[in-house]
Design a binder for this molecule. Structure first.
Ligand SMILES: *[C@@H]1O[C@H](CO)[C@@H](O)[C@H](O)[C@H]1NC(C)=O
Ligand SMILES: *[C@@H]1O[C@H](CO)[C@@H](O)[C@H](O)[C@H]1NC(C)=O
Ligand SMILES: *[C@@H]1O[C@H](CO)[C@@H](O)[C@H](O)[C@H]1NC(C)=O
Ligand SMILES: *[C@@H]1O[C@H](CO)[C@@H](O)[C@H](O)[C@H]1NC(C)=O
Length: 303
C-alpha cells in the first residue's frame, strides 16, 4: 500500500486501494484503470455468496456525499456495508463524481451507488421517479456548513487535491491566507452546501440524514449512527447476524478505532481549524449570511 501516496487523486487512490489488494503493482500515477480490468480484479476478491435475493435486488441504494462533509467516510462506509453482504465493487456498486475526474465514475447502472457533489432536491426527484416501485434508499452525512469551508481551506492549503478544479484550481489555495481562502472556498462550495441543505433540512421518507460530527467524535457515536443507517437501509431484509457483521465491517472506517486507516493523511490539523475559524466573522457579509442561513436550516448553532 505504501506506493499509493498522497500525490494520487484521493478518490482514485481509494479505488486503487481496493484493486491493489489483489494486484500488487497497481500504481496510481500511471493507471487510469479500465473498468473491465477492475472487474476482473474484484471478482477475485469477492466470492459468490450463498443467499439468493439481495437487498439491492429489492431497492436501489444511493449514498450521497458533499465536499468536506465526509466524502471518504461515506465511500468507506458504503463499500464496507455492501461488501459485507456480498456486493461486488464495479458490478453491483457504482460511483459518480461531479466533475467526473479520471477513474472516479463507473458502473452508473449498478443498483448501489455513491454520488459525490451531485445530489440535490431536483436530482432526488429524478432518482425517485427512475427507481419506480422498487424504491430508493438514500443516506448521507450532514456537517456544519461553516466547518466544511474551514476544513476545505485547511485541507487545500496544505496542498491536498491540487487537481481539484473546483475547490483548489492549480493548487492556488496553498498561497492564500485564512480570510482569503475561507472566502474563496465559501464561494466555490455554495452549490455543494446549498444542495446538501436542500436535501437534508427536511429529509424525505426514503432519505436518512447522518450526523458527521457525532460519527467522527467517538466510537460510540460512530456505532450509533451506523446502527441507525443499517436499520434504515435493510429493515428486515437481512438477519440479525448479518446486521452484526455489517456493523463490524463499517468499523474499519472509524478513525477513532483505527487511526492508521487514515493512510491518505486526510484529517486536518485541529490548530489550523481553530485558527481559521476565527476569521469566519470577517468574511464578506452577504456570503457569511448565506452560510448562517444554511446552518440555521440544518439546526446548527450559528458560529
Ligand atoms: C446542485 O444541484 C443543481 C440542481 O440539481 C445541480 O445542477 C448542480 O450540479 C448541483 N451541484 C452540486 C455540487 O451538487
Ligand atoms: C414514503 O411515503 C410515500 C407516500 O406517503 C409512501 O408511498 C412510501 O411507501 C413511503 N416510503 C417509505 C420508504 O417509507
Ligand atoms: C470484524 O471485522 C474485522 C475486520 O474489519 C474482521 O477481521 C473480523 O473477523 C470481523 N469479526 C466478525 C465477528 O465478523
Ligand atoms: C500529514 O500532513 C501534515 C500536514 O501537511 C504533515 O505535517 C504530516 O507530516 C503528514 N503526515 C504524514 C504521515 O504524511
Amino acid at each position: 500500500m505504501s506506493m499509493l501516496t498522497a500525490k494520487c487523486w484521493p478518490l482514485l487512490w481509494l479505488l486503487c486501494r481496493y484493486a491493489s489488494a489483489v494486484v500488487a503493482d497497481v500504481s496510481c500515477e500511471e493507471h487510469d484503470l479500465h473498468a473491465t480490468q477492475l472487474l476482473q480484479m474484484t471478482s477475485i476478491i469477492h466470492p459468490e455468496l450463498h443467499s439468493s435475493l439481495k437487498p439491492w435486488d429489492v431497492h436501489y441504494y444511493l449514498g450521497v456525499a458533499y465536499h468536506k462533509s465526509g466524502t471518504f467516510l461515506m465511500i468507506e462506509v458504503w463499500r464496507s456495508i455492501f461488501q459485507a453482504l456480498g456486493a461486488k465493487l464495479f458490478i453491483d456498486m457504482g460511483q459518480w463524481v461531479q466533475p467526473c475526474y479520471p477513474g472516479t465514475c463507473y458502473a452508473p447502472d449498478a443498483p448501489i451507488q455513491v454520488w459525490v457533489d451531485l445530489y440535490s432536491p431536483a436530482k432526488a426527484q429524478k432518482a425517485r421517479e427512475a427507481a419506480g416501485e422498487r424504491g430508493l434508499r438514500v443516506a448521507g452525512f450532514v456537517r456544519d456548513p461553516v466547518s466544511m469551508i474551514v476544513s476545505a481551506y485547511c485541507y487545500h492549503h496544505r496542498g491536498k487535491e491540487v487537481k481539484n478544479i473546483v475547490e483548489n484550481p492549480q493548487g492556488i489555495v496553498a498561497q492564500m491566507g485564512p480570510l482569503e481562502g475561507l472566502t474563496f472556498e465559501a464561494e466555490r462550495m455554495l452549490s455543494v452546501v446549498k444542495n446538501m441543505t436542500g436535501v437534508f433540512e427536511h429529509p424525505a421518507n426514503d432519505t436518512l440524514r447522518l450526523d458527521y460530527e457525532r460519527t467522527t467524535a467517538s466510537s460510540d457515536g460512530f456505532d450509533s449512527e451506523m446502527v441507525k443507517l443499517i436499520g434504515f437501509l435493510f429493515e428486515d431484509l437481512i438477519s440479525a447476524e448479518e446486521r452484526a457483521e455489517v456493523l463490524n465491517a463499517t468499523q474499519t472506517a472509524d478513525l477513532n478505532r483505527h487511526p492508521d486507516n487514515d493512510d491518505d493523511n486526510h484529517s486536518n490539523d485541529p490548530d489550523c481549524k481553530a485558527r481559521t475559524r476565527e476569521y469566519v466573522p470577517a468574511m464578506p457579509s452577504d456570503l457569511l449570511g448565506q452560510y448562517r442561513s444554511f446552518q440555521q436550516r440544518l439546526g446548527y448553532a450559528l458560529s
